[in-house]
Design a protein around this ligand. Structure first.
Ligand code: GDP
Ligand code: MG
Length: 440
């Protein structure tokens, strides 16, 4: 939850309800965030429209703030649009042909070797790789070297053959020598052209691949639409491999390509090393596109930004050597509740429903926080400063005053003791440690 979306979160956090204007205002910012992540303009428009339709008219949940709800709707929709990843499809007669296509420098050859290595080690497949790139002088050599590095066989290089002839020879060799999979690495061009498409289509017709994977660089910006549309229309792709996700790019191309083609993103290239290949997780990529980082940092940031001032005030107080008292605890409870409480925070995170239910069972909810705040505000100033004086009769009075029970007052005081103990430990660690522990 950094940058722009963090600001939306801050703005909306202070409002009572999610109005149509709120949604529109937030979505204007979301739109900019998506464009900054290099999501193609038509895809951005479609996404924003869809989210707006869903968000407006949705009731704001009591336990979470409007801002959190907008973020959650945006995030959920993004995850949905990105779709699930998928395994490489090997459901065909051996040798299963896999065709790798894409622009020059997108990472086809590297990804070919990465996938071959993965199939070899994880699925125990016997894989043959063949380079159909007769255009770049050293291209076939490059694949051969990668084959030697990974212990994956490559088709012997024969000079003078065209891509279709090499592809036929690869399949023939694969059949004759009992390979499970034959990977066909094609040549690329710097930009889409008819000759490239015709060449790739001819290879497709000659080999009938079970998978045609479009390899694309995560840095591909607005171009992603052209690339994906062309390869999908003219060659017919079955999946996408997004490379260089280890770089700075926020990965908007993932959303563009998925949306334009409807084909799953199957794998991510995460580095130059031969094992730098990962399955696709839509929630991670969604966080990256939105600039939210992962879910953990989302929570940390939320905790951090909320009432930083008060936390600093507490830090200064502790630095001066003053003890942690019930006023400080009340301040922390307030922060927790302002954040939308436990359930609100949890509600932002995907797949956390189960934990949320468990917390409900344990009765850790906004209602409980409010009762605890009520208990503390029913105490006198002296009691809050010096909780040790709160004996049985005072507890009874406090319970009555706050509309709770003596049991609940006892529980709160016990919790306070635990927190005070923690604070003492944290105090030893200095200010930095305190800022963290202070909000925990
Ligand atoms: P091709 O022209 O499509 O075959 O592209 P190559 O496979 O030859 O890759 C071009 C360059 O990109 C090489 O220097 C690769 O090492 C690099 N590369 C490929 N995939 C990745 C990746 O996921 N991350 C990074 N950082 N570099 C990559
Ligand atoms: Mg290549």
């Amino acid at each position: 939850l950094t940058g722009r979306l963090g600001d939306i979160f801050d703005k909306l956090r202070r409002r009572g309800a999610l109005t149509e204007e709120d949604v529109s205002a937030a979505l204007r910012e979301v739109r900019v965030a998506l464009l900054e992540a290099d999501v193609a303009l038509p895809v951005v428009k479609q996404f924003v429209t869809q989210v707006k339709e869903r968000a407006v008219g949705q009731e704001v949940l009591k336990s979470i703030t409007p801002g959190q709800q907008v973020i959650k709707i945006v995030h959920d929709n993004l995850v949905e649009m990105l779709g699930e990843g998928a395994d490489i499809n090997l459901n065909a007669a051996a040798p299963v042909p896999i065709l790798m296509v894409g622009l020059q420098g997108s990472g086809k050859t590297t990804s070919t070797a990465k996938i071959a290595l993965r199939l070899k080690t994880k699925e125990r497949k016997k894989v043959l790789m063949a380079s159909l790139d007769v255009r770049r002088p050293a291209a076939q050599e490059q694949l051969k070297v990668l084959g030697e590095q990974t212990g994956v066989a490559t088709l012997p290089i024969v000079a003078g053959q065209d891509p279709v002839a090499i592809a036929r020879r690869a399949i023939e060799t694969g059949r004759r020598e009992g390979y499970d999979v034959v990977m066909l690495d094609t040549a690329g061009r710097l930009a889409i052209d008819e000759e490239l498409m015709a060449e790739v289509a001819a290879v497709r017709d000659a080999t009938k691949p079970a998978e045609t994977l479009l390899v694309a660089d995560a840095m591909t910006g607005q171009d992603a639409v052209t690339v994906a549309t062309n390869f999908n229309d003219k060659v017919g792709i079955t999946g996408i491999v997004l490379t260089r996700i280890d770089g700075d790019a926020r990965g908007g191309a993932a959303l563009s390509m998925r949306q334009i083609t409807g084909k799953p993103i199957k794998l991510l290239g995460v580095g130059e090393k031969i094992d730098a290949l990962e399955p696709f997780h839509p929630d991670r990529v969604a966080g990256r596109i939105l600039g939210m980082g992962d879910v953990v940092s989302l929570v940390e940031k939320a905790v951090e930004t909320i009432d930083k001032e008060e936390a600093e005030k507490l830090a200064r107080k502790m630095e001066k050597g003053q003890g942690f008292d019930l006023d400080d605890m009340a301040m922390q409870l307030k922060q927790l509740r302002k954040m939308g409480g436990m359930s609100g925070l949890m509600g932002m995170l995907p797949g956390i429903g189960k934990i949320k239910d468990q917390m409900k069972d344990a009765n850790i909810d906004d209602g409980m926080i409010k009762r605890q705040e009520a208990i503390i505000s029913s105490m006198t100033k002296a009691e809050r400063r010096n909780p040790d004086i709160i004996k049985a009769s005072r507890r009874k009075r406090i319970a009555a005053g706050s509309g709770t029970s003596v049991q609940e007052v006892n529980k709160l005081l016990k919790q306070f003791e635990t927190m005070r103990g923690m604070m003492k430990q944290v105090q030893k660690l200095g200010k930095k440690g305190l800022m963290r522990g202070g909000l925990g």
